[in-house]
Design a protein around this ligand. Structure first.
Ligand code: NDP
Length: 407
Protein backbone atom coordinates (compact mmCIF):
# COMPACT_ATOMS: atom_id res chain seq x y z
CA UNK A 1 0.00 0.00 0.00
CA UNK A 2 1.02 3.60 -0.46
CA UNK A 3 0.89 5.70 2.69
CA UNK A 4 0.96 9.48 2.31
CA UNK A 5 1.94 11.34 5.43
CA UNK A 6 1.68 15.13 5.74
CA UNK A 7 3.78 16.49 8.59
CA UNK A 8 4.87 19.90 9.81
CA UNK A 9 8.25 21.47 9.03
CA UNK A 10 11.44 20.38 10.78
CA UNK A 11 12.96 22.85 13.28
CA UNK A 12 14.62 25.75 11.44
CA UNK A 13 17.99 24.73 12.85
CA UNK A 14 17.58 21.06 11.94
CA UNK A 15 16.61 18.11 14.11
CA UNK A 16 17.78 18.42 17.73
CA UNK A 17 20.82 16.35 18.71
CA UNK A 18 19.56 16.11 22.30
CA UNK A 19 16.41 16.84 24.29
CA UNK A 20 15.96 18.57 27.68
CA UNK A 21 14.29 15.58 29.38
CA UNK A 22 15.93 12.19 28.98
CA UNK A 23 13.03 9.83 29.68
CA UNK A 24 9.29 10.33 29.43
CA UNK A 25 7.28 9.33 32.50
CA UNK A 26 5.58 5.97 32.10
CA UNK A 27 1.79 6.20 31.80
CA UNK A 28 -0.20 2.96 31.71
CA UNK A 29 -3.81 4.04 31.27
CA UNK A 30 -6.00 7.04 30.63
CA UNK A 31 -8.33 8.14 33.48
CA UNK A 32 -11.37 6.26 32.09
CA UNK A 33 -9.38 3.01 31.94
CA UNK A 34 -8.71 3.09 28.17
CA UNK A 35 -5.28 1.68 27.46
CA UNK A 36 -2.60 3.69 25.75
CA UNK A 37 -1.77 2.68 22.15
CA UNK A 38 -0.64 -0.92 21.92
CA UNK A 39 1.23 -1.43 18.63
CA UNK A 40 3.20 -4.65 18.26
CA UNK A 41 6.37 -2.57 18.18
CA UNK A 42 7.77 0.93 17.69
CA UNK A 43 10.87 2.14 15.86
CA UNK A 44 11.36 5.48 17.59
CA UNK A 45 12.55 6.85 20.90
CA UNK A 46 9.62 8.30 22.86
CA UNK A 47 10.38 11.94 23.63
CA UNK A 48 11.94 12.76 20.26
CA UNK A 49 10.36 14.91 17.56
CA UNK A 50 8.12 12.64 15.50
CA UNK A 51 5.48 15.02 14.12
CA UNK A 52 7.79 16.86 11.72
CA UNK A 53 8.96 15.74 8.28
CA UNK A 54 12.18 14.06 9.45
CA UNK A 55 10.39 12.45 12.41
CA UNK A 56 8.13 10.57 9.96
CA UNK A 57 5.98 9.48 12.93
CA UNK A 58 8.60 6.76 13.32
CA UNK A 59 6.88 4.78 10.55
CA UNK A 60 9.48 4.32 7.81
CA UNK A 61 11.15 1.11 8.95
CA UNK A 62 7.87 -0.55 9.83
CA UNK A 63 6.29 0.31 6.47
CA UNK A 64 9.30 -0.47 4.31
CA UNK A 65 10.00 -3.79 6.05
CA UNK A 66 6.42 -4.80 5.23
CA UNK A 67 6.84 -3.76 1.58
CA UNK A 68 4.73 -0.63 1.69
CA UNK A 69 5.55 2.81 0.30
CA UNK A 70 5.84 5.87 2.50
CA UNK A 71 5.69 9.40 1.11
CA UNK A 72 6.26 12.25 3.57
CA UNK A 73 5.73 15.88 2.66
CA UNK A 74 4.93 19.25 4.17
CA UNK A 75 3.80 20.74 0.84
CA UNK A 76 0.05 20.51 1.38
CA UNK A 77 -1.88 23.61 0.48
CA UNK A 78 -1.61 25.10 -3.00
CA UNK A 79 -3.48 23.47 -5.87
CA UNK A 80 -1.06 20.96 -7.39
CA UNK A 81 1.02 20.70 -4.22
CA UNK A 82 3.05 17.54 -3.57
CA UNK A 83 0.40 16.14 -1.23
CA UNK A 84 -2.29 16.54 -3.89
CA UNK A 85 -0.10 14.90 -6.53
CA UNK A 86 0.73 11.97 -4.27
CA UNK A 87 -2.88 11.61 -3.14
CA UNK A 88 -4.09 10.35 -6.51
CA UNK A 89 -2.81 6.81 -5.91
CA UNK A 90 -2.46 6.79 -2.13
CA UNK A 91 -4.22 4.06 -0.12
CA UNK A 92 -3.84 5.78 3.25
CA UNK A 93 -3.38 9.44 4.12
CA UNK A 94 -2.13 10.55 7.52
CA UNK A 95 -2.36 14.15 8.65
CA UNK A 96 -2.14 16.02 11.94
CA UNK A 97 -4.65 18.65 13.11
CA UNK A 98 -1.71 20.96 13.93
CA UNK A 99 -0.78 21.13 10.25
CA UNK A 100 -3.85 19.76 8.56
CA UNK A 101 -4.04 18.49 5.04
CA UNK A 102 -7.61 19.57 4.28
CA UNK A 103 -9.16 16.49 2.74
CA UNK A 104 -11.96 18.28 0.93
CA UNK A 105 -14.63 16.75 -1.26
CA UNK A 106 -12.60 17.75 -4.33
CA UNK A 107 -9.45 16.09 -3.03
CA UNK A 108 -11.35 12.97 -2.03
CA UNK A 109 -12.64 12.80 -5.62
CA UNK A 110 -8.99 12.77 -6.84
CA UNK A 111 -8.03 9.91 -4.53
CA UNK A 112 -9.34 6.85 -6.32
CA UNK A 113 -7.45 4.31 -4.16
CA UNK A 114 -8.01 5.94 -0.80
CA UNK A 115 -9.22 3.54 1.87
CA UNK A 116 -8.43 5.30 5.08
CA UNK A 117 -7.65 8.76 6.47
CA UNK A 118 -5.84 8.69 9.79
CA UNK A 119 -5.64 11.68 12.09
CA UNK A 120 -2.37 11.57 14.02
CA UNK A 121 -4.00 13.25 16.99
CA UNK A 122 -7.65 14.01 17.73
CA UNK A 123 -10.17 16.00 15.70
CA UNK A 124 -10.89 14.92 12.12
CA UNK A 125 -12.70 18.06 11.02
CA UNK A 126 -10.00 18.69 8.39
CA UNK A 127 -11.55 15.73 6.58
CA UNK A 128 -14.86 16.33 4.81
CA UNK A 129 -16.53 13.58 6.80
CA UNK A 130 -19.61 13.62 4.61
CA UNK A 131 -17.48 13.08 1.51
CA UNK A 132 -15.54 10.34 3.33
CA UNK A 133 -18.83 8.62 4.16
CA UNK A 134 -20.13 9.02 0.62
CA UNK A 135 -16.90 7.51 -0.79
CA UNK A 136 -16.58 4.73 1.80
CA UNK A 137 -13.29 6.02 3.15
CA UNK A 138 -12.74 5.05 6.77
CA UNK A 139 -11.58 7.81 9.12
CA UNK A 140 -9.63 7.02 12.27
CA UNK A 141 -8.08 9.12 15.02
CA UNK A 142 -5.99 8.31 18.10
CA UNK A 143 -8.62 9.06 20.70
CA UNK A 144 -7.28 10.27 24.07
CA UNK A 145 -3.65 10.46 22.86
CA UNK A 146 -3.35 14.18 23.57
CA UNK A 147 -6.54 15.05 25.47
CA UNK A 148 -4.69 15.45 28.74
CA UNK A 149 -1.92 17.45 27.04
CA UNK A 150 -4.58 19.90 25.88
CA UNK A 151 -6.19 20.04 29.32
CA UNK A 152 -2.82 21.08 30.78
CA UNK A 153 -2.55 23.80 28.14
CA UNK A 154 -6.05 25.04 29.01
CA UNK A 155 -5.13 25.44 32.67
CA UNK A 156 -1.91 27.20 31.70
CA UNK A 157 -3.82 29.58 29.42
CA UNK A 158 -6.58 30.35 31.92
CA UNK A 159 -4.00 31.26 34.55
CA UNK A 160 -1.92 33.21 32.04
CA UNK A 161 -4.89 35.30 30.91
CA UNK A 162 -6.44 35.95 34.29
CA UNK A 163 -3.11 36.78 35.92
CA UNK A 164 -1.97 38.63 32.76
CA UNK A 165 1.29 36.69 32.51
CA UNK A 166 2.11 37.67 28.93
CA UNK A 167 2.26 41.35 29.76
CA UNK A 168 4.49 40.75 32.79
CA UNK A 169 6.84 38.53 30.79
CA UNK A 170 7.06 41.18 28.07
CA UNK A 171 7.91 43.89 30.60
CA UNK A 172 10.79 41.82 31.96
CA UNK A 173 12.10 41.00 28.46
CA UNK A 174 12.08 44.70 27.64
CA UNK A 175 14.19 45.48 30.73
CA UNK A 176 11.30 47.09 32.64
CA UNK A 177 10.16 46.93 36.29
CA UNK A 178 6.95 48.96 36.47
CA UNK A 179 4.90 46.84 38.83
CA UNK A 180 1.73 48.91 38.43
CA UNK A 181 1.89 48.39 34.66
CA UNK A 182 2.42 44.71 35.28
CA UNK A 183 -0.57 44.18 37.58
CA UNK A 184 -3.24 46.56 36.33
CA UNK A 185 -5.04 43.67 34.61
CA UNK A 186 -3.94 40.86 36.95
CA UNK A 187 -6.44 38.88 39.08
CA UNK A 188 -6.58 35.66 41.10
CA UNK A 189 -8.51 32.81 39.54
CA UNK A 190 -9.76 31.71 42.97
CA UNK A 191 -13.50 32.23 43.38
CA UNK A 192 -14.19 32.82 39.69
CA UNK A 193 -16.84 30.93 37.73
CA UNK A 194 -15.29 28.72 35.07
CA UNK A 195 -17.36 26.83 32.49
CA UNK A 196 -16.61 24.39 29.70
CA UNK A 197 -18.55 23.94 26.49
CA UNK A 198 -18.39 20.12 26.37
CA UNK A 199 -17.16 17.85 29.12
CA UNK A 200 -15.62 15.07 27.06
CA UNK A 201 -12.10 13.77 27.55
CA UNK A 202 -10.49 17.22 27.44
CA UNK A 203 -13.27 19.25 29.06
CA UNK A 204 -13.65 16.87 31.99
CA UNK A 205 -9.90 16.57 32.52
CA UNK A 206 -9.61 20.36 32.53
CA UNK A 207 -12.37 20.53 35.17
CA UNK A 208 -10.59 17.93 37.30
CA UNK A 209 -7.36 19.89 37.12
CA UNK A 210 -9.11 23.20 37.85
CA UNK A 211 -10.87 21.83 40.93
CA UNK A 212 -7.78 22.56 42.99
CA UNK A 213 -7.97 26.29 42.27
CA UNK A 214 -11.18 26.66 44.32
CA UNK A 215 -13.29 27.95 41.46
CA UNK A 216 -17.02 27.46 40.79
CA UNK A 217 -17.32 25.04 37.92
CA UNK A 218 -19.98 24.83 35.20
CA UNK A 219 -20.50 22.78 32.06
CA UNK A 220 -22.71 22.39 29.04
CA UNK A 221 -22.73 19.19 27.01
CA UNK A 222 -25.19 17.31 24.83
CA UNK A 223 -25.09 14.48 27.35
CA UNK A 224 -25.05 14.97 31.09
CA UNK A 225 -22.18 13.53 33.14
CA UNK A 226 -22.93 10.87 35.76
CA UNK A 227 -24.34 12.33 38.97
CA UNK A 228 -21.34 10.99 40.90
CA UNK A 229 -18.96 13.07 38.76
CA UNK A 230 -21.12 16.18 39.09
CA UNK A 231 -21.05 15.72 42.88
CA UNK A 232 -17.33 14.92 43.06
CA UNK A 233 -16.45 18.13 41.21
CA UNK A 234 -19.38 20.20 42.47
CA UNK A 235 -20.43 20.98 38.90
CA UNK A 236 -23.34 23.09 37.75
CA UNK A 237 -24.90 21.71 34.56
CA UNK A 238 -26.48 24.12 32.07
CA UNK A 239 -28.90 23.03 29.38
CA UNK A 240 -27.64 25.64 26.92
CA UNK A 241 -24.38 27.41 26.11
CA UNK A 242 -26.19 30.74 26.56
CA UNK A 243 -27.20 29.93 30.12
CA UNK A 244 -23.63 28.96 31.02
CA UNK A 245 -21.77 31.86 29.43
CA UNK A 246 -24.07 34.37 31.15
CA UNK A 247 -22.62 33.45 34.56
CA UNK A 248 -19.00 32.55 33.78
CA UNK A 249 -15.87 34.65 34.15
CA UNK A 250 -13.89 32.12 32.12
CA UNK A 251 -15.23 29.94 29.31
CA UNK A 252 -13.21 27.10 27.83
CA UNK A 253 -14.34 25.49 24.58
CA UNK A 254 -13.81 21.74 24.24
CA UNK A 255 -16.32 20.41 21.69
CA UNK A 256 -15.41 19.09 18.25
CA UNK A 257 -15.92 21.28 15.21
CA UNK A 258 -18.87 20.07 13.19
CA UNK A 259 -21.84 21.82 11.60
CA UNK A 260 -23.54 22.21 15.01
CA UNK A 261 -20.61 24.05 16.60
CA UNK A 262 -19.17 26.03 13.67
CA UNK A 263 -19.33 29.79 14.42
CA UNK A 264 -20.95 29.10 17.82
CA UNK A 265 -19.16 32.05 19.40
CA UNK A 266 -20.32 34.88 17.14
CA UNK A 267 -21.21 38.47 18.10
CA UNK A 268 -24.53 37.33 19.48
CA UNK A 269 -23.14 34.61 21.76
CA UNK A 270 -20.24 36.79 22.91
CA UNK A 271 -22.80 39.53 23.65
CA UNK A 272 -24.52 37.12 26.05
CA UNK A 273 -21.31 36.55 28.02
CA UNK A 274 -20.50 38.32 31.27
CA UNK A 275 -18.73 41.58 30.43
CA UNK A 276 -14.98 41.20 30.77
CA UNK A 277 -14.97 37.41 30.59
CA UNK A 278 -12.11 35.33 29.16
CA UNK A 279 -12.29 32.63 26.48
CA UNK A 280 -9.82 29.79 26.08
CA UNK A 281 -10.42 27.83 22.90
CA UNK A 282 -8.16 24.88 22.22
CA UNK A 283 -10.88 23.00 20.31
CA UNK A 284 -11.01 24.49 16.80
CA UNK A 285 -10.62 28.03 15.47
CA UNK A 286 -13.81 27.92 13.42
CA UNK A 287 -15.97 27.48 16.53
CA UNK A 288 -15.25 31.16 17.21
CA UNK A 289 -15.97 33.90 14.73
CA UNK A 290 -12.61 35.47 13.93
CA UNK A 291 -13.73 39.09 13.69
CA UNK A 292 -16.27 38.90 16.51
CA UNK A 293 -13.49 37.79 18.89
CA UNK A 294 -11.22 40.66 17.81
CA UNK A 295 -14.07 43.18 18.15
CA UNK A 296 -14.93 41.93 21.64
CA UNK A 297 -11.32 42.28 22.81
CA UNK A 298 -11.18 45.82 21.40
CA UNK A 299 -14.43 46.81 23.13
CA UNK A 300 -13.63 45.13 26.46
CA UNK A 301 -16.58 42.73 26.21
CA UNK A 302 -13.83 40.11 26.46
CA UNK A 303 -10.82 40.64 28.74
CA UNK A 304 -8.73 37.98 27.05
CA UNK A 305 -8.72 35.23 24.45
CA UNK A 306 -6.26 32.37 24.26
CA UNK A 307 -5.87 29.06 22.60
CA UNK A 308 -3.89 27.40 19.89
CA UNK A 309 -6.41 26.71 17.18
CA UNK A 310 -6.89 28.84 14.09
CA UNK A 311 -8.58 28.65 10.74
CA UNK A 312 -7.04 27.98 8.37
CA UNK A 313 -3.74 26.54 9.54
CA UNK A 314 -1.02 27.70 9.20
CA UNK A 315 -2.72 31.01 9.97
CA UNK A 316 -2.05 33.77 7.43
CA UNK A 317 0.57 36.29 8.57
CA UNK A 318 -2.08 39.00 8.77
CA UNK A 319 -4.59 36.94 10.79
CA UNK A 320 -6.10 39.40 13.26
CA UNK A 321 -5.70 36.97 16.17
CA UNK A 322 -1.92 37.50 15.93
CA UNK A 323 -2.25 41.18 16.83
CA UNK A 324 -5.54 41.71 18.71
CA UNK A 325 -5.19 43.02 22.28
CA UNK A 326 -4.92 40.73 25.32
CA UNK A 327 -4.54 37.48 23.45
CA UNK A 328 -2.50 34.48 24.48
CA UNK A 329 -2.39 32.65 21.17
CA UNK A 330 0.17 30.00 20.31
CA UNK A 331 0.55 28.04 17.10
CA UNK A 332 -1.37 24.77 17.29
CA UNK A 333 0.85 23.11 19.88
CA UNK A 334 -1.17 21.99 22.87
CA UNK A 335 -1.68 18.47 21.58
CA UNK A 336 1.75 17.97 20.07
CA UNK A 337 4.07 18.10 23.04
CA UNK A 338 6.87 15.56 22.73
CA UNK A 339 4.94 13.42 25.21
CA UNK A 340 1.81 13.50 23.03
CA UNK A 341 3.77 12.78 19.86
CA UNK A 342 5.02 9.49 21.29
CA UNK A 343 1.43 8.44 22.03
CA UNK A 344 -0.09 9.39 18.70
CA UNK A 345 2.80 7.96 16.68
CA UNK A 346 2.27 4.65 18.50
CA UNK A 347 -1.50 4.94 17.91
CA UNK A 348 -1.05 5.49 14.17
CA UNK A 349 1.20 2.45 14.05
CA UNK A 350 -1.45 0.40 15.87
CA UNK A 351 -4.13 1.51 13.38
CA UNK A 352 -1.89 0.64 10.42
CA UNK A 353 -1.02 -2.75 11.90
CA UNK A 354 -4.75 -3.53 12.20
CA UNK A 355 -5.44 -2.31 8.67
CA UNK A 356 -2.68 -4.42 7.12
CA UNK A 357 -3.71 -7.49 9.12
CA UNK A 358 -7.39 -7.01 8.25
CA UNK A 359 -8.24 -6.90 11.97
CA UNK A 360 -10.98 -4.87 13.63
CA UNK A 361 -9.97 -1.38 14.65
CA UNK A 362 -10.61 -0.11 18.17
CA UNK A 363 -14.09 1.45 18.28
CA UNK A 364 -12.73 4.36 20.30
CA UNK A 365 -10.39 5.23 17.39
CA UNK A 366 -13.15 4.96 14.77
CA UNK A 367 -14.81 8.07 13.34
CA UNK A 368 -16.16 6.85 9.99
CA UNK A 369 -16.50 3.20 9.02
CA UNK A 370 -18.23 1.60 6.03
CA UNK A 371 -19.84 4.86 4.92
CA UNK A 372 -21.26 6.00 8.27
CA UNK A 373 -20.20 7.74 11.46
CA UNK A 374 -19.19 4.99 13.88
CA UNK A 375 -17.50 4.49 17.25
CA UNK A 376 -16.31 7.79 18.72
CA UNK A 377 -17.38 9.50 15.51
CA UNK A 378 -21.02 8.50 16.00
CA UNK A 379 -20.94 9.91 19.51
CA UNK A 380 -19.07 13.18 18.97
CA UNK A 381 -19.68 14.32 15.38
CA UNK A 382 -22.70 15.12 13.23
CA UNK A 383 -23.13 14.50 9.52
CA UNK A 384 -22.07 17.21 7.07
CA UNK A 385 -18.83 19.05 6.48
CA UNK A 386 -16.93 21.80 8.30
CA UNK A 387 -13.95 22.09 5.93
CA UNK A 388 -15.23 24.95 3.77
CA UNK A 389 -12.92 27.95 3.52
CA UNK A 390 -9.71 25.93 3.80
CA UNK A 391 -8.64 27.52 0.51
CA UNK A 392 -8.02 30.79 2.41
CA UNK A 393 -4.68 29.42 3.49
CA UNK A 394 -1.50 31.39 2.70
CA UNK A 395 0.25 29.13 0.26
CA UNK A 396 3.94 28.57 0.82
CA UNK A 397 3.92 29.97 4.35
CA UNK A 398 6.48 27.36 5.38
CA UNK A 399 9.56 26.51 3.36
CA UNK A 400 9.24 23.26 1.46
CA UNK A 401 11.69 20.89 3.07
CA UNK A 402 11.54 17.40 1.80
CA UNK A 403 9.73 14.82 -0.12
CA UNK A 404 10.94 11.43 0.79
CA UNK A 405 9.74 8.52 -1.30
CA UNK A 406 10.55 4.86 -1.18
CA UNK A 407 9.27 2.32 -3.58
P1 NDP B 1 -14.32 13.92 23.17
O1 NDP B 1 -14.96 13.22 22.05
O2 NDP B 1 -13.90 13.14 24.37
O3 NDP B 1 -15.28 15.06 23.71
C1 NDP B 1 -16.01 15.88 22.90
C2 NDP B 1 -17.22 16.33 23.68
O4 NDP B 1 -17.88 17.34 22.93
C3 NDP B 1 -18.22 15.21 23.91
O5 NDP B 1 -18.55 15.21 25.28
C4 NDP B 1 -19.40 15.64 23.04
O6 NDP B 1 -20.63 15.39 23.59
C5 NDP B 1 -19.25 17.13 23.07
N1 NDP B 1 -20.01 17.80 22.03
C6 NDP B 1 -20.12 17.48 20.73
N2 NDP B 1 -20.89 18.35 20.11
C7 NDP B 1 -21.29 19.25 21.03
C8 NDP B 1 -22.13 20.38 21.00
N3 NDP B 1 -22.73 20.74 19.86
N4 NDP B 1 -22.29 21.07 22.12
C9 NDP B 1 -21.70 20.68 23.27
N5 NDP B 1 -20.91 19.60 23.37
C10 NDP B 1 -20.71 18.90 22.26
O7 NDP B 1 -13.10 14.70 22.56
P2 NDP B 1 -11.86 15.39 23.29
O8 NDP B 1 -12.32 16.01 24.54
O9 NDP B 1 -10.71 14.48 23.34
O10 NDP B 1 -11.52 16.51 22.19
C11 NDP B 1 -12.45 17.55 21.91
C12 NDP B 1 -11.98 18.36 20.74
O11 NDP B 1 -10.81 19.07 21.09
C13 NDP B 1 -11.57 17.54 19.51
O12 NDP B 1 -12.69 17.21 18.70
C14 NDP B 1 -10.64 18.47 18.82
O13 NDP B 1 -11.35 19.33 17.96
C15 NDP B 1 -10.05 19.29 19.95
N6 NDP B 1 -8.64 18.91 20.20
C16 NDP B 1 -7.69 19.86 20.12
C17 NDP B 1 -6.37 19.54 20.28
C18 NDP B 1 -5.29 20.57 20.22
O14 NDP B 1 -4.14 20.22 20.03
N7 NDP B 1 -5.60 21.84 20.39
C19 NDP B 1 -5.94 18.15 20.52
C20 NDP B 1 -7.04 17.24 20.71
C21 NDP B 1 -8.32 17.61 20.50
P3 NDP B 1 -21.33 14.00 23.70
O15 NDP B 1 -20.28 12.98 23.44
O16 NDP B 1 -21.80 14.03 25.10
O17 NDP B 1 -22.37 14.02 22.67
Amino acid sequence: MKVLCILYDDPKGGMPSSYPVENLPKIEKYPDGQTLPTPKGIDFNPGELLGCVSGELGLRKFLEDAGHTLVVTNDKDAPGCVAEKELVDADVVISQPFFPFYLTKERIAMAKNLKMAITAGIGSDHVDLQAAMDNKIDVMEVTFCNSRSVAEHIVMMILSLVRDYHNQYRIINEGGWNIADAVQRSYDLEGMHVGTVAAGRIGLDALRKLKHFDVHMHYFDRHRLPESVEKELNLTFHDSVESMVAVCDVVTINCPLHPETENLFDDEMIGKMKKGAYIVNTARGKICNRDAIARALESGQLSGYAGDVWFPQPAPNDHVWRTMPNHGMTPHTSGTSLSAQARYAAGVREILECLFAGEDQRTEYTIVKDGALAGTGAHSYSEGSATSGSDQITFGSGPFQAIITTD
